[in-house]
Design a protein around this ligand. Structure first.
Ligand code: B12
Ligand code: SF4
Length: 519
């Protein structure tokens, strides 16, 4: 049977990274079936397009995975596929919480022939076999022989064949530049950010988060050896095609067990498996100097920190009191001393937020080492404790907000400001943090570092701006380049004089070094 695994586009940005679930399920597919992958962010497709694709490729089963914010698009695509007679199985966090919706059991239309609840590592082979026999069941749940929920152990993690998978759709280097860039330095003909997990689960239970409910508070890890081997495989592939690779460790809290994280990072260093990497780590775990040393030595370049708020009352409200705003600056400086920078994520519209929260937060950010701040709104995702609390209090304004997804729009009323005021705060956060002046300031703050770090922060800020401000077409980019022309010309001038002052060197890593790539 031919199987298509499809991930819908998010409708806002061209995702910089593919989704891991597709590669994982592909690796877990029983022999004798052929698997095709389409990520809608890399290969945009509409309903008619996907219906045509499944017919032309003689697809016998389509698997669709989606977060809550993409579910409306996922349902539309599923409807189009089912209309041409091909069965659809859906999985992922949204349908796990809203299976009745996907199966049309709550009064709405049916979108999926089957739903895979929770982690599907162990149920996927069964789903494929049932589909091949034409006997798909409605629901597949990961349970043991006694009907108890079972979380897969990651000790027997499948080897994802990164050396063989066709990754053309995920190359961030434009096709036209491929050949030229392949010859530069160690080779920049391809550049991909690959998702990899080293463990699953987070016990912290923040009120707005799906993770503790979905993956459970039992933390599971792959063996160090399996992670190291995967890194070596990716590194070898990048080398063989004259390209670069970076890894996003998608673990929810990469240092949740500090002892184990240190041991993994030591093994990566010992095996020479360093690639540039990004990971999510909560601020409280970054107090450990030795851990931060190992992060830097093993290739860590960016750490994503869910700071959420600079107000301890807000943090206590959402069960994230372990975040201590008073130590944010020290944590970021500890990282910056090792040339590791942070993506700092904030949520506005929390219960103790008042008008002016953006400016108060920006004031703090301005005093920190340069990084990539991002701003969002408190969002009640289905089945989270937050959703239940707001529902019980009658505060949900759009209880099924996912059925009509609108980016950066609240679905409940905040306590101390209006919905419109919360929207204005998010807009102010993005507008100020990504203004040409703020970008110039961030670049300038790294003037004591090699040029590559300034280019790195500049490119990253230009790209991250697109999370909020639509900049999909060439015109939007031209406008952006014009607005930031002074910073660009100073970087170009400096690059040129650096290059003239240097002998033979191919384009040095720090010149191209967008902070990611094979070390
Ligand atoms: C990496 C990641 C991202 C990446 C992007 C995704 C990517 N390209 O990988 C980045 C950092 C950009 C990101 C951004 C966001 N993310 Co995110 N992200 C994650 C994260 C940490 C890992 C995803 C992952 O790969 N997990 C590991 C794989 C193996 O698990 P999985 O995807 O769930 O797949 C398993 C099962 O669900 C199932 N399955 C999944 N799909 C399918 C399909 C089929 C057919 C079947 C059978 C089974 C199946 O089988 C898999 C194996 O067991 C998750 C948290 C988490 N631990 O999952 C949050 C998570 C998915 N993100 C979340 C959110 C909310 C966001 C944002 C909206 C945050 C924000 N406020 O801006 C943005 C939106 C991004 C966008 N514009 O699209 C939520 C989603 C909750 C929900 N109900 O939708 C999660 C769960 C985290 C949370 N805090 O609750 N994210
Ligand atoms: S620390 Fe992060 S992953 Fe863990 S529950 Fe809180 S928000 Fe979710």
């Amino acid at each position: 049977m031919r199987i298509l695994l499809y991930n819908p586009d998010n409708g806002v940005t061209r995702n910089f990274m593919p989704h891991l679930w597709m590669f994982l399920l592909q690796a877990l597919t029983p022999d004798g079936h052929e698997v095709f992958l389409i990520d809608g962010n890399a290969q945009p497709m509409d309903e008619a397009g996907i219906a045509r694709y499944v017919l032309e490729h003689n697809i016998g089963l389509v698997g669709i995975g989606a977060m809550t914010r993409m579910i409306a698009k996922a349902y539309r695509m599923a409807d189009a596929i089912r209309a041409v007679g091909v069965p659809v199985v859906m999985g992922g966090p949204h349908v796990t919480e809203e299976a009745a919706e996907a199966l049309g059991r709550n009064g709405g239309p049916r979108h999926a022939d089957a739903v895979a609840l929770g982690e599907a590592d162990e149920t996927w082979p069964k789903i494929v076999e049932d589909a091949a026999r034409g006997q798909l069941k409605d629901i597949y749940a990961p349970v043991d022989d006694f009907g108890q929920e079972r979380k897969p152990s990651l000790k027997e993690y499948p080897a994802i064949p990164w050396d063989k998978i066709n990754l053309d759709q995920f190359n961030l280097v434009p096709k036209r530049a491929h050949r030229t860039l392949q010859r530069i330095g160690e080779g920049w003909g391809t550049f991909r950010i690959i998702p990899m997990e080293s463990g699953r689960g987070c016990p912290y239970g923040c009120e707005f988060c799906t993770v503790t409910g979905f993956f459970g508070d039992s933390i599971r890890f792959r063996t160090n050896e399996s992670v190291v081997n995967e890194l070596l495989l990716l590194k070898a592939r990048a080398r063989s095609e004259g390209g670069q690779i970076a890894v996003f460790f998608i673990d929810d809290n990469f240092a949740i067990n500090i002892k184990r994280t240190k041991s993994l990072l030591r093994d990566i260093i010992a095996a020479g498996a360093q690639v540039h990497w990004v990971a999510q780590i909560s601020a409280n775990l970054l107090r450990d100097e030795e851990l931060v040393d190992l992060i830097a030595a093993s290739g860590g370049k960016w750490v994503f920190i869910g700071m959420e708020s600079i107000d301890p009352a807000n943090l206590a409200d959402v069960n994230k009191g372990f975040n201590k705003p008073g130590e944010y600056a020290a944590v970021l400086e500890r990282l910056a001393r090792r040339n590791v920078y942070a993506i700092t994520s904030f949520i506005f519209g929390m219960d103790n937020d008042t008008v002016g929260v953006a400016e108060r937060t920006l004031n703090e950010i301005r005093a920190w080492p340069a990084g990539l701040p991002i701003f969002g709104l408190l969002t009640p995702l289905p089945a989270t404790p937050l959703y239940k609390r707001l529902e019980a209090a009658g505060r949900l304004t759009r209880p099924k907000h996912w059925q009509e997804f609108i980016p950066f729009e609240m679905a409940h009323t905040p306590l101390k400001m209006t919905i419109e005021e919360a929207h204005a705060e998010v807009r102010a956060g993005w507008a100020h943090a990504y203004s040409p002046e703020a970008i110039a300031h961030a670049v300038d703050s790294l003037k004591d570092k090699p040029l590559g770090y300034r280019i790195n922060i500049f490119i990253a800020r230009m790209c991250f701006r697109g999370i909020y401000f639509p900049q999909m077409g060439p015109l939007a980019w031209l406008k952006l380049i014009y607005q930031n022309r002074h910073t660009i010309s100073s970087l170009v001038r400096e690059g040129f004089s650096t290059w003239r002052g240097r002998p033979v060197s191919p384009v040095p890593e720090e010149t191209l070094g967008t902070g990611v790539g094979v070390t």
